[in-house]
Write a protein that binds this ligand. Sequence first.
Ligand SMILES: [Zn+2]
Length: 175
Amino acid sequence: MILPLVYYGNSFLRQRCLEIKEITPEIKQLVLDMTETMDANNGVGLAAIQVGKLLRLFIIRPVLEDEKGEAILGEVEVFINPKISNPSQETEILSEGCLSVPGVHSEVERPVSIHIEALDLDGNKVSKDIQGFKARELMHENDHLNGVLFIDRIPTQSRKEIESALKMIKEKYNS
Ligand SMILES: [Zn+2]
């Protein structure tokens, strides 16, 4: 089932999400619905809070390269109660967008690599070093669990450039 998204301007997105104590059938169904919702909106990542669930859970579709060097989407990966550590000193500036902030893209500076620990949907512990665009996807989604949006991480000047677009989203989706 495609779920309704929560958009920028809704203070719900600014909350801190709660730990998942048990991976219930409801959580598994939520992940299926989130996957359908993400794909229907052409997203590559979605956090539970973006569909109205205050849970420390997000999914991503890693953006990979095929033999020809063209971007392809990988299998959905589920991260439950994630903890990110060891951000690299080296950073990179790349454009990001967000299904909760439709139509807005802006460059965000983030570490190139991180370490992540989490549970997968079967409750198995995941512990990995991740780099490149996938690390960025994980950091973007993990921010959602703490009420942070990518637009909070861009310099004041770029923020001014998207201010009118943000205002429009606020009016369009939250009235
Ligand atoms: Zn997002």
